[in-house]
Design a protein around this ligand. Structure first.
Ligand SMILES: *Cc1c(COP(=O)(O)O)cnc(C)c1O
Length: 721
């Protein structure tokens, strides 16, 4: 307990507000507007500066509290309302979906292993879609009352922060986090010392400290090697997310898999299900084999047991998510485990072979995970098919027809991604308990009766908030570039409220084709600069530090935004993160997605945009191949794809121009009554009604529970050992 006191000594709140600390350390506030408002009410400036209640409470001077509570009781009333809601949410007696589903369940939790968690912008331990999905998965697990623990890494520098220079060159900024100022706490062992778990590396043991993040009812455990007990050369193992050096990456992944399993053991958590969120944590499977073999099980028994308790989700067909390592390198790092089990090294190395026959294959983490999981899934219907084709060679001929890799389409945590105004509108029209019915399609039909004007105004308010953020960011960016006050003043006149606005934001991996719409620059120009019905396009996104072509794309788009005739029509916002994502999906009219089909396994940002009333304009890839219904947005190109990339780019971009010019622009600018585009609003409603119930994280989690975690068909067999 000692260091708990040290870790929290900096927070002093008055007795009558004592629960603020607990509230600050529970990320429930990330999806609860009243809780965020409470912190903002304490001190608007500090909240705006840090957007992190722990940091806010640390920075409040003791005498300042008098001012907060001395307001005729308004603040205390607000505080009590939030605490009441929090208690209601946390109450173990609350009926939850999981309790109704499996009332007699008394087993262990689902342990969810992932290299990144995207929970909030203040906790920079995520890079992109995989992390944000993990965060939404954990939040939905909490909402549904699922027994669940998350396991990940606590990165000192996280993913980099992006700054773009006047030439469009991407710079990588690595800011060090002070963990004691983040909403997380060190975990202690029985003797009160910070809990550490040992992880075997060649000729040495590396210690990992364990931290805890609380997300509503569930806990995440994050490992950190940056502690004095470790050799300085080992301390940076958890420095950077997706570090580019292959050997360092392998070290990270061993730490996540082995260290994560050992942390759960040290905490006496006995998972019923081990879920690998992509293959990065797959060494957890080897560690569990080791445990069983050490306890006297045969190799075959150990394989069967590990397999029976493991679930694997593959998230992408692209190589970055299907990592391979050189066999000799893996052999070196697996030596301590092989020695401990007393087995031949080849028996472990063979588990990572992508092909059943043949030597000299690299060690592949997806292959390892597929081989040792009882259930595997892709993240959309189309991706399920693609993954089956991609990995068919791993399965015996007679299993292939049954499509051994299933699919569970991704979903997003609705309370996290709904904007303030649209959420208020939903509450007014569907009741305060709308979230309990999020998966019920009938329930959302009520949105059709919402007054067009009300929905439009809510949307416009969110759009205004987006524009203010973009202008603010641009002023900061241009000031850094040395622009004059007059040039900075120009920014305040940019972005027009009544102009059709398109958003494109995501990682700048080349398969996502951020530059596709500039294929025919002149055609684009003539469409979007038409004074009668102009178009604004806002881009944001980072390219991985080792991805040169991705950085070239950033430069290309920044140059168009800064210097071409499209200046004032095309914008680039630097340092894409969850905050920018939230504002963009909540405020744009159109959400654009142009991946090279079929490489976008799911994509989730389009779902976030749809639930706020934006219309999707996307390639028929990932989730959109099943989300599109003919009246909730548009499909770019066709549902075919060719190997001729140049031809494909030409066809897709032509289709984009045609749709924009002949369908989208007329729909947006015509049929206006009192400034409200009546036809457009009809489409907005269709977008929300069709996407909200079907692409929510609640729906996704229910499917994981029913089909993967606790499916009778899945868990009923193989009880023998
Ligand atoms: C939702 C989200 C993503 C995923 O975007 P896709 O377009 O689905 O790839 C990536 N980054 C952030 C910050 C997000 O919020």
């Amino acid at each position: 307990m000692e260091s708990d006191v040290i870790a929290m000594a900096d927070i002093r709140v008055p007795e009558e507000l004592s629960r603020l600390t607990e509230l600050a350390y529970n990320l429930w506030w990330t999806w609860t507007p009243q809780a965020r408002l409470l912190f903002a009410t304490i001190n608007k400036t500090l909240w705006g500066l840090y957007r992190n209640p722990v940091q806010l409470l640390i920075n409040i001077e003791p005498h300042y509290w008098e001012r907060v509570v001395d307001d005729g009781g308004a603040f205390m009333a607000q505080y009590r309302r939030v605490i009441r809601d929090f208690e209601r949410y946390m109450d173990p007696e609350t009926g939850t979906w999981f309790k109704r589903r499996l009332p007699d369940y008394t087993g262990g939790p689902v342990a969810y292993f992932t290299p990144e968690f995207g929970l909030h912008e203040s906790l920079g331990i995520y890079c992109g879609g995989l992390g944000v999905l993990s965060g939404d998965h954990a939040k939905a697990a909490s909402d549904l009352g699922l027994p669940f623990v998350g396991v990940g890494l606590l990165y000192r520098y996280g993913y980099f922060r992006q700054a773009v220079d006047p030439d469009g060159r991407q710079h990588h900024i690595y800011a060090s986090s002070d963990f004691h100022r983040l909403p997380l706490r060190p975990v202690h062992d029985a003797t009160g010392r910070p809990l550490q778990v040992p992880v075997d590396f060649p000729d040495r043991t590396v210690q990992a400290r364990v931290w805890q993040v609380t997300v509503g009812r569930v806990k995440l455990y994050l490992l950190d090697t940056d502690i004095p007990e470790n050799d300085p050369a080992d301390r940076p193992i958890t420095a950077q997310l997706y570090v580019r050096g292959r050997e360092m990456r392998l070290c990270q992944e061993i730490l996540l898999g082995v260290g994560g399993a050992r942390a759960l053991r040290a905490l006496r958590i006995e998972p019923a299900v081990w879920h690998l969120n992509e293959g990065h944590s797959a060494f957890m499977l080897v560690e569990r084999l080791r445990e069983l073999v050490k306890h006297g099980r045969s190799w075959k028994e150990a394989l069967d047991t590990v397999r029976r308790e493991s679930v694997f989700t593959t998230h992408t067909p692209v190589p970055a998510g299907n990592e391979s390592f050189d066999n000799a390198l893996v052999a070196k790092y697996m030596q301590p485990y092989v020695d401990d089990m007393g087995v031949e090294p080849s028996i472990v190395l063979d588990l990572g072979k992508p092909y059943p026959e043949g030597s000299g294959q690299p060690f592949n983490l997806t292959a390892l995970a597929l081989r040792l999981s009882r259930y595997a899934n892709g993240v959309s219907r189309l991706h399920g098919e693609v993954a089956n084709q991609m990995w068919a060679h791993m399965f015996p001929e007679n299993e292939r027809a049954g499509r051994p890799i299933k699919h569970i389409t991704n979903g997003v945590h609705v309370p996290t991604w709904l904007g303030h105004d649209v959420r208020t509108l939903i509450e007014e029209n569907l009741g305060a308990d709308w979230h309990d019915h999020v998966c019920d399609a009938e329930h959302w039909e009520a949105l059709r009766k919402v007054r067009d004007k009300d929905l439009w105004e809510s949307h416009q308010n969110q759009k205004d908030r987006l524009f203010r953020l973009v202008r603010h960011r641009l002023v900061g960016q241009f000031a850094r570039h040395g622009k004059s006050p007059d040039e900075l003043r120009e920014v305040s006149r940019m972005l027009e409220m009544n102009t059709l606005t398109i958003g494109f934001a995501r990682r700048f991996a080349t398969y996502k084709r951020a530059g596709l719409i500039f294929q025919d620059y002149n055609r684009l120009k003539s469409i979007i600069t038409n004074p009668d019905h102009p178009v604004q396009i806002i881009f944001s996104g980072k390219a991985h530090p080792a991805d040169e072509p991705g950085q070239e794309l950033v430069r290309h788009i920044v140059n168009i935004a800064f210097y071409s005739e499209l200046k004032g029509y095309v914008f680039f916002v630097e340092d894409y993160d969850i905050r920018i994502a939230r504002h963009l999906v909540q405020g744009v009219d159109i959400w654009l997605n142009t991946p090279r089909r079929p490489r976008e396994a799911s994509g989730t940002s389009g779902m976030k945009a749809a639930l706020n009333g934006a219309l999707n304009l996307s390639i028929a890839d990932g989730w959109w191949a099943e989300g599109y219904n003919g009246a909730n947005g548009w499909v770019i190109g066709s549902d075919k794809h060719s190997d001729n990339e140049e031809l494909q780019d030409y066809e897709d971009s032509s289709s984009f121009y045609d749709l924009l010019e002949h369908q989208i622009i007329p729909l947006y600018y015509q049929h206006r009554e009192d400034g409200v585009p009546l036809e457009w609003v009809k489409w907005m409603k269709e977008s929300m009604i069709s996407v909200l119930p079907n692409f929510s994280a609640a729906r996704m989690l229910r499917e994981y529970v029913d089909m993967a975690y606790f499916s009778e068909a899945e868990t009923g067999r193989g009880e023998a050992s």
